[in-house]
Design a protein around this ligand. Structure first.
Ligand SMILES: Nc1ncnc2c1ncn2[C@@H]1O[C@H](COP(=O)(O)OP(=O)(O)OP(=O)(O)O)[C@@H](O)[C@H]1O
Length: 351
């Protein structure tokens, strides 16, 4: 992480619920999370763990049946959780906090050339006009690695490959001069080589435009490439967070162990890749204790009764697991992980 510790966004005790056919589902359960200026934070977790809902809440994009039941989202001395109208959100969305999603086709207009689409953002958010706006678009196209921008300006989304379209969406996001860029599975729909190029591009732009970035992903490979810090979500809660090395090579929550064990790099030749057994809890019901307990081979009795607090691993690393309690039995991570942790720590410290 960059050495600045200035907070740019603070989520405090956030609870988000959805009304569905007369019942209530709790998608975010008392989440607190700080985002620091200039950093790149990855939010990881299985499908349904609440990553997208959490991000949508900071952009005012929750579905109509969703609402913030409790908590704060503090940004520049404002509590975004209190925003009620679209007018409020328009001051933040795009302008201060922008988002790049998995499928660029849904954010691009198929009937307009891409130059005009980027130019609209430049005119609206940077107040440029005419030739100046046009030049800015060309510069943005170059910034996102699109060659021959004068010719490309006039082309339509269908004339670009998936990777190129993602670059255009990134150009539109950057055109708004946001402070925070949320990348929601930005490379999931792309093939592996293109994925790497897009991630490199995002890293370069983060430096150039001094962006704070949040990556939502279930791909720990992406995390390793781009993130300074990682927050691991399970069933609507952040169960562990820390610097990327701390999460990769010194994880403490058995759910994080399970996520890392499922990494393809850890697969043994001829053996099926590890996958987490069981299913996440029903979010319509109240969750008692540690939500992961029923799937956790290391679960203690207390895990089924009481929610663990955050235990401190280091100044930057916290884990919500009773295994960290001083009186808990000493439990070693799975064998395959121990080896990975040891080798990783050596590598991470340059030894
Ligand atoms: N509009 C909605 N109505 C009811 N439930 C919803 C709604 N939107 C999201 N949810 C529920 O909230 C929970 C969290 O969903 P979310 O999309 O944030 O998960 P995710 O971690 O982003 O998953 P994925 O990786 O699949 O995108 C899920 O149980 C989901 O079914």
């Amino acid at each position: 992480m960059k050495e600045t510790k200035e907070k740019i966004l603070s989520i405090e005790n956030l609870v988000i619920k959805f009304s569905l056919r007369g019942k209530v589902l709790t998608a975010i359960r008392d989440v607190s999370l700080d985002l620091y200026k200039g950093e790149s934070l990855a939010i990881v977790g299985e499908s349904g763990s609440g990553k997208s809902v959490l991000m949508k809440s900071i952009m005012g994009l929750l579905d109509k049946n969703g609402y913030i039941a409790q908590g704060k989202i503090l940004y520049q001395e404002k509590d975004l959780a209190q925003f009620k109208t679209e007018k409020d959100w328009l001051k933040i969305r795009g302008k201060e906090i922008a988002m790049v999603t998995q499928d660029p086709m849904t954010s691009l207009n198929p009937l307009k050339n891409i130059g005009k689409q980027i130019e609209e953002a430049v005119v609206l958010h940077q107040g440029l006009k005419g030739k100046e706006a046009y030049e800015k678009v060309l510069q943005l196209l170059r910034d996102v690695g699109i060659q021959d921008p004068e010719r490309r300006y006039k082309q339509y989304p269908h004339e670009f490959s998936g990777g190129m379209r993602q670059r255009i969406v990134i150009a539109i996001a950057i055109a708004c001069n946001p402070k925070i860029l949320i990348c929601d599975e930005p490379t999931t729909a792309l093939d592996v080589t293109i994925q790497a190029q897009i991630l490199n591009l995002l890293k370069t732009l983060q430096e150039k435009y001094q962006l704070t970035t949040i990556y939502i992903t279930h791909d720990l490979g992406v995390v390793a490439k781009v993130a300074d810090r990682v927050a691991v979500m399970y069933a609507g809660d952040v169960i562990e967070f820390g610097k990327t090395d701390e999460i990769f090579f010194n994880a403490k929550h058995p759910y994080t162990w399970a996520l890392i064990s499922a990494l393809p790099q850890l697969g043994e030749k001829g053996k099926e890749l590890y996958s987490i057994k069981g299913t996440p809890p029903n979010l319509f019901k109240e969750i008692k204790g540690d939500a992961f307990a029923p799937r956790n081979p290391y679960a203690l009795k207390i895990d089924f009764v009481e929610t663990p607090p955050y235990f401190k691993v280091s100044d930057t690393h916290f884990a919500k697991t009773w295994l960290m309690h001083p009186n808990a039995p000493k439990v070693e991570p799975p064998e395959v992980l121990k080896k990975f942790f040891e080798e990783g720590r050596l590598y991470a410290h340059g030894g």
